[in-house]
Design a protein around this ligand. Structure first.
Ligand SMILES: Nc1ncnc2c1ncn2[C@@H]1O[C@H](COP(=O)(O)OP(=O)(O)OP(=O)(O)O)[C@@H](O)[C@H]1O
Ligand SMILES: [Mg+2]
Length: 404
């Protein structure tokens, strides 16, 4: 088990009647790059401010490096923070901005000088030390803010949407830059963002938050390929969701929607959920389209015929909106990575949902009930709250395994 750098135990935060953070249990390993991802207002900044000591939790405990810091002021927590607006001191030069925290800590001048120089090299801006913040571009200010936060060698670095003020190109460059610096220093980093691409491309693990709670924690691959519920599936990338009734049919599971579509799902899972209502999800890049006159009878999966309603060429591929011939009220998003635009508006296209590409089946009521009952069993077995958290984050098909 890797050393835990930051641990939150049952942390809640209420502002009046608003519950910003709701019973959060979390463990972040030393050296980990951990992202908190979620929609606006879900409690990301509040969580970060609680770790920093800028906000006092209503309940629960905060630990940094194994020590309880819940009642310690920010400056005694050994934490560096970069805010969304950088918050550089406008009347100080870059050198003085970076040196500020070190002077407060009483470092000797010679040590400060060499530390500032090393940081200016690290952020690849060795020649801007004498400038003031208003003489820097957005990306340069962002790097200086990062250097200032890193200067006192914090045990934990907190970044609150540090790239949101930058244009797309610079944001992509700075992503790589932040990751390089984080790897070079090995500093435990918590990165708050509402940008899915940013969270997936930067992080060792991501926590998806919704309304103050953990929706799922996992590696980027786990979250994208095995989302624990349909909300996570649609929040992290796009997902086609279909709701309908499950039934078994000669060893196969079928889902039939009210609009008359029928999908063949992987066999053998959730046999006991037969006759339940469920939502299934498939990614746009997993749906296949064929030439207009192609014979699709031999395809394994659920075949369909649709009409191209709309398309958008995005360089790396084309995003299609296809309307089902049999169920005109329903459409499906399809991403095709072939060069050019193989189909145009109005084209009749045969397609297929490959049986193995369904990523999730959940039924809110059944799923939550089963998850909780298994979690209770695990807790009864003496597992820690964190183990319970991991468990609640398990995708449903893995819960099957845990159950037996
Ligand atoms: N000081 C405060 N007083 C009252 N309510 C607050 C305060 N700070 C945050 N909130 C509320 O707590 C909830 C969570 O806010 P928070 O800033 O943590 O969200 P966020 O996930 O960071 O959102 P965003 O992506 O928009 O930055 C919101 O409903 C917000 O209005
Ligand atoms: Mg915020």
């Amino acid at each position: 088990m890797p050393e835990v750098a930051v641990r939150l135990v049952g942390v809640s935060k209420r502002f009046g009647t608003t519950v910003a953070v709701d019973h959060l249990d979390l463990e972040i390993a030393r050296g980990e790059f951990f992202a908190i991802l979620g929609p606006s207002g879900c409690g990301k900044t509040t969580t970060l401010r609680i770790v920093a000591g800028l906000e006092q939790p209503t309940a629960g405990e905060v630990q940094v490096g194994g020590n309880v810091v819940t009642n310690l002021p920010p400056y005694r927590r050994n934490i560096g923070m970069v805010f969304q607006d950088y918050a550089l001191f406008p009347h100080m030069t870059v050198v003085n901005n970076i040196a500020f925290g070190l002077r407060m800590k009483g470092w000797p001048a010679s040590r400060i000088e060499s530390r500032v120089k090393a940081l200016l090299d690290l952020i690849r801006l060795p020649h801007i030390g004498d400038r003031f913040p208003n003489q820097l571009s957005g990306g340069q200010q962002q790097r200086v803010a990062l250097a200032r936060a890193l200067a006192p060698e914090p045990a934990v670095l907190l970044l609150d949407e540090p790239l949101s003020n930058l244009d797309l190109k610079l944001r992509q460059e700075m992503r790589l830059e932040i990751r390089r610096i984080q790897r070079e220093l090995g500093v435990t980093t918590i990165f708050v963002t509402h940008d899915q691409g940013e969270a997936l491309s930067l992080s060792d693990r991501v926590m998806v938050m919704r309304e103050g709670r953990v929706s799922q924690v996992g590696s980027p691959v786990e979250l994208y390929e095995h989302p624990g519920n349909s909300w996570v599936a649609s929040f992290l990338g796009d997902a086609n969701l279909f709701r309908g009734a499950l039934r078994s049919d000669s060893g196969q599971t079928l889902l039939t929607t009210e609009s008359g579509l029928a999908f063949r799902l992987p066999a053998g899972q959730h046999a006991e959920m037969t006759n339940a209502t469920a939502t299934v999800a498939i990614r746009p890049e997993s749906v296949r389209l064929f030439a207009e006159d192609a014979d699709i009878d031999g395809q394994t999966g659920s075949t369909f015929v649709g009409y191209v309603e709309n398309f958008a060429y995005v360089g790396a591929g084309t995003r299609y909106v296809v309307r089902f011939e049999k169920a005109p009220s329903q459409e499906v998003l399809v991403d095709i990575s072939e060069p050019g635009v193989p189909w145009r508006d109005g084209t009749r296209v045969p397609g297929c949902f490959p049986v193995e590409r369904w990523i999730i089946r959940d039924d809110c009521s059944t799923w939550v009930e089963r998850t909780q009952s298994i979690a209770r069993r695990r807790v009864a077995l003496g597992l820690s709250p964190a183990a319970r958290l991991e468990l609640l984050a398990e995708p449903p098909h893995r819960l099957e395994l845990l159950k037996s």
